[in-house]
Write a protein that binds this ligand. Structure first.
Ligand code: SF4
Ligand code: SF4
Length: 278
């Protein structure tokens, strides 16, 4: 395998209903056996972090087996979770000799401030084999800062904001939304829309410049090979490999004008130093 980044969408089902969710929530749960899961995970490169997302990964009927296999195979991993009750219950069942790395995502439309406090307290009480790598707060409006302050008071991990993007119905509508939001004072204060550099045909391109070239149409992406080609892979719940997690690819050719993966980075919010004008 040559990938430098691996994602695995382990199921589609979710117990939340975020209005900005880009995914279709198939309620069917995966039915692989533990041995099938072991065989798939063995085929991955254990030195490359595999990032699990969903849906809500802790609804997967074999999530504890997956964690056991990760530990048996020393697979670097991170599991993204909305830390709802069922997720925390599963985390509480993990045996103390299994380490698990998790990343929390806070969806303010789905959890009240009081519930957030209660869930963070439960997480704080978990044993040290449950490692919280970071917390991402989906940034929607000024209420998001209340969620930030509460989360910060628990001091459990680094906190980042991630902009909510309305994915819309057609292939390119999320791009308009992203560009609109990137121009607003709050967004541009919170995120400087840094993009990672990327190698195309052996030449390193500055991510910011490449994004601007795509916006201006001087680098027409549509009709070209995927920017990530062999570098990135996302696996489906049934272990199929797709290079574009948004399905913007046909016969290995990109079908959109801008690549959302290239604009996915963001800055940390520094509350004391940042004067936000709403
Ligand atoms: S928690 Fe994530 S997967 Fe679930 S509805 Fe919200 S955005 Fe979608
Ligand atoms: S949108 Fe998808 S297919 Fe197009 S460059 Fe980005 S990852 Fe590749």
């Amino acid at each position: 395998m040559n990938e430098t980044r691996l994602d695995w969408k382990i199921l589609d089902k979710c117990n939340y209903t975020c209005e900005y969710c880009p995914w279709k929530h198939d309620i069917k749960l995966p039915s692989q056996t533990k041995e099938e899961l072991r065989s798939f995970i063995s085929s991955l490169d254990s030195d490359i972090e595999i990032y699990l997302f969903g849906g809500e990964p802790f609804l997967h009927p074999r999530i504890l087996d997956i964690i056991e296999i990760f530990n048996d195979q020393s697979q670097i991993h991170q599991i993204q979770t909305n830390f709802s009750n069922i997720a925390i219950k599963r985390l509480e069942e993990i045996p103390s000799h299994h380490r698990v790395h998790i990343a929390l995502t806070v969806h303010q439309t789905q959890i009240s401030i009081d519930k957030l406090k209660a869930q963070l307290q439960r997480l704080k009480n978990l044993p040290p084999n449950i490692i919280i790598d970071d917390v991402v707060i989906m940034y929607m409006d000024k209420n998001s800062f209340e969620y930030y302050k509460v989360t910060k008071s628990f001091d459990i991990a680094e906190i980042e904001f991630h902009p909510v993007i309305n994915m819309g119905e057609d292939n390119n509508s999320y791009i308009d939304d992203y560009i609109d939001k990137s121009k607003s004072p709050v967004y541009s204060h919170l995120y400087n829309f840094k993009r990672p550099s990327i190698e195309i045909e052996g030449v390193m391109h500055d991510g910011n410049e490449l994004w601007r070239d795509m916006e201006r149409g001087t680098y027409p992406l549509k009709g070209k090979e995927c920017l990530y080609k062999g570098d990135y892979a996302c696996y489906t719940p049934s272990f199929e490999k797709m290079n574009c997690p948004l399905g913007n690819m046909e016969n290995n050719i990109c079908t959109v004008d801008l690549c959302p993966l290239i604009c996915g980075s963001y800055d940390n919010y520094e509350d004391e130093d940042t004067q936000i004008q709403f």
